[in-house]
Design a protein around this ligand. Structure first.
Ligand SMILES: Cc1cc2nc3c(=O)[nH]c(=O)nc-3n(C[C@H](O)[C@H](O)[C@H](O)COP(=O)(O)OP(=O)(O)OC[C@H]3O[C@@H](n4cnc5c(N)ncnc54)[C@H](O)[C@@H]3O)c2cc1C
Length: 521
């Protein structure tokens, strides 16, 4: 449901006026993780930067991931040691910088007689992975079939030959919320960020980029200029190249991945991992009160994809084969679906061969086109985002830009001192410890505004309902700071509500009605 009002229209008109009257150092096209991290990294170095996203922020592939921040254990299989080292390093930096938004999770990989590895070999790999990851997580452990059965009764015991437990990280709230928080942080540091703004044309004339942009909410076109163009359009990188008459040296191919969200499979908090019938890893991942099962990996030609009945049948069959549930999962159990394409890079000179596409490196490429002063990001992961941000800054410097060194770490949650002040203030307001932690994780520095709302109106602290684990004091803050123009922006990308509560249930929920009413105000 669209949430337009005269106030929103006025704000967007003023935004257009400001953007079209400014010549920017850099314009970023695409508000997924790569656009978010590039904008934050550039702005933190004093670059005058604007970001345009044609739909909502993080509504592309960055809302369809497995929510994992990981070091790429599975790439050890293809001996991509350098990639695993880089990913582990990036994972560790992210985990240290976002201690409440990311949580270390135990993965239990249960192996049976059809698995491609024996448990001793998997244990060797897990220990190597732990070492490559600088021992930053809990130690991996071998698990016998009996122990697996005791720890995870939902895992099917017949055929089990053992397993391993190891750690990586999970984004607690949602991949898209993680991205949007980064964009809001960039905006608070002075970046100009706009969702629902499509870049229609990009021309390089007299050493300047001239962009024609359309505000999709006001249905209004305008122009703006910059020295450098940063192309972070994800799977649509080549479309931006076509419109700007440029080319990248590397290319992308796409692999479709589907996840299904179902009622919770295990209460342990662990991530369960199995090999599916194609010998690919298959996960059961916690998401709020639910579990996410997936994923598929299918080569596709187009980036627009949807979930087919074959995808659903495949995932449910795999889950039912590996799990022993009181009632097997069926299509009626599916609460929501996620589908997107992994943008995989074929580096310069590489050939797109269908047969070995699964072996393509999952590393990103940041390319600089000096002639046209354009930086393009191809591929990339949430897990590797800090490297992308820093490489984009280096590319800008290569183009002759002097950037200023950030005074503080350019990424991450607010400081420990700020956190202590918030915890103290929240306790004084009578808020319970668990809720304080949740508010901090969800809103960071903006949690202070939440408690201010609560002290102005104590009733705004009440959770909206059993299904909706948010209070109006939070929704007000999100509405003010998080660029929400449609109820789906909040339900699907800023919270887990839209994916973990069946629509039919939401529609009968009085808390949901109150939430929508509040958004429309
Ligand atoms: C099934 C699956 C599971 C995954 N799991 C993980 C995981 O667990 N961990 C991990 O780290 N990574 C994972 N990934 C990879 C990761 O999600 C993606 O590589 C990453 O999100 C890509 O981000 P992006 O910013 O490049 O693209 P996107 O998020 O797609 O962003 C590009 C944006 O550009 C916008 N855009 C395009 N054209 C224009 C235009 N003309 N004007 C304005 N905006 C425009 C689009 O609307 C889009 O929002 C997974 C991917 C898939 C598909």
């Amino acid at each position: 449901m669209k949430l337009t009002s005269s106030e929103i229209e006025k704000k967007r008109s003023e935004n257009i006026k400001e953007i079209s009257n400014t010549h920017f150092d850099a314009l970023v096209v695409g508000g997924g993780i790569n656009g978010a991290v590039s904008t934050l990294a550039l702005r933190s170095r004093g670059v005058n930067v604007a970001l345009f996203e044609k739909n909502d922020f993080a509504s592309g592939v960055s809302q369809e991931s497995s929510n994992l921040v990981w070091g790429g254990f599975k790439y050890l299989e293809s001996y991509e040691l350098k990639l695993v080292m880089e990913l582990c390093h990036s994972r560790n930096r992210l985990a240290r910088a976002y201690p409440s938004r990311l949580v270390e999770k135990r993965f239990l990989a249960a192996l049976d007689s059809s698995s491609p590895f024996a448990p001793w070999f998997a244990a060797l790999g897990a220990n190597a992975y732990w070492g490559i990851g600088q021992f930053a997580t809990k130690r991996p452990r071998y698990r016998s079939p009996r122990t697996i059965k005791r720890l995870e009764p939902s895992v099917r015991a017949d055929n089990l030959i053992g397993g391993i437990e190891y750690s990586d990280h999970l984004i607690v709230e949602n991949d898209s919320r993680f991205v949007i928080q980064m964009i809001v942080d960039a905006a608070e540091r002075g970046a100009s960020v706009s969702n629902y703004m499509t870049v229609l044309e990009a021309d390089y004339l007299k050493k300047r980029w001239h962009l024609k942009v359309k505000d999709e909410i006001l249905d209004q076109e305008f122009e703006t200029t910059s020295d450098v163009l940063v192309n972070t359009a994800g799977p649509q990188v080549s479309e931006i190249c076509n419109m700007s008459n440029t080319k990248t040296e590397s290319n992308l191919v796409f692999s479709k991945g589907v996840h299904l969200i179902v009622p919770r499979v295990t209460d342990s908090g662990r991530i369960l991992a199995f090999f599916d019938e194609t010998k690919r890893l298959f996960y059961v991942i916690p998401m709020g009160e639910c579990s996410v099962i997936g994923t598929t990996d299918e080569r596709v030609k187009q980036h627009e994809v949807s979930v087919s009945s074959d995808d659903i049948d495949f995932l449910l069959k795999e889950a039912n084969t590996k799990l022993s549930l009181s009632k097997p999962l069926n299509a009626q159990d599916v609460i929501a679906q996620r589908v997107g394409v992994r943008p995989l890079v074929i580096p310069k000179g590489g050939v797109d061969q269908d047969k070995d596409w699964t072996e393509l490196s999952r590393r990103h490429e940041v390319e600089t086109n000096r002639r046209y002063r354009m930086i393009s990001v191809l591929g990339g992961k949430l897990s590797d985002c800090l490297n992308v941000g820093e490489e984009v800054v280096s590319s800008l410097e290569d183009l002759g830009y002097k950037t200023s060194k950030p005074t503080n770490r350019w990424y991450g949650e607010p400081s420990g001192a700020e956190k202590s002040i918030f915890f103290h203030a929240a306790k004084k307001n009578g808020i319970e410890e668990d809720v304080i932690k949740e508010l901090w994780r969800r809103h960071g520095s903006r949690s202070f505004d939440v408690i201010e709302n609560i002290s102005n109106d104590p009733r705004s602290a009440e959770k909206l309902s059993e299904n909706i684990d948010y209070c109006l004091a939070e929704i007000s803050v999100m509405k003010k700071h998080e660029f929400i123009y449609d109820s789906e922006d909040l339900l699907r990308r800023r919270t887990l509500i839209g994916q973990t509560v069946p629509r039919s249930q939401l529609e009968k929920d009085s808390g949901f009605a109150a939430l929508i009413e509040h958004l429309k105000k």
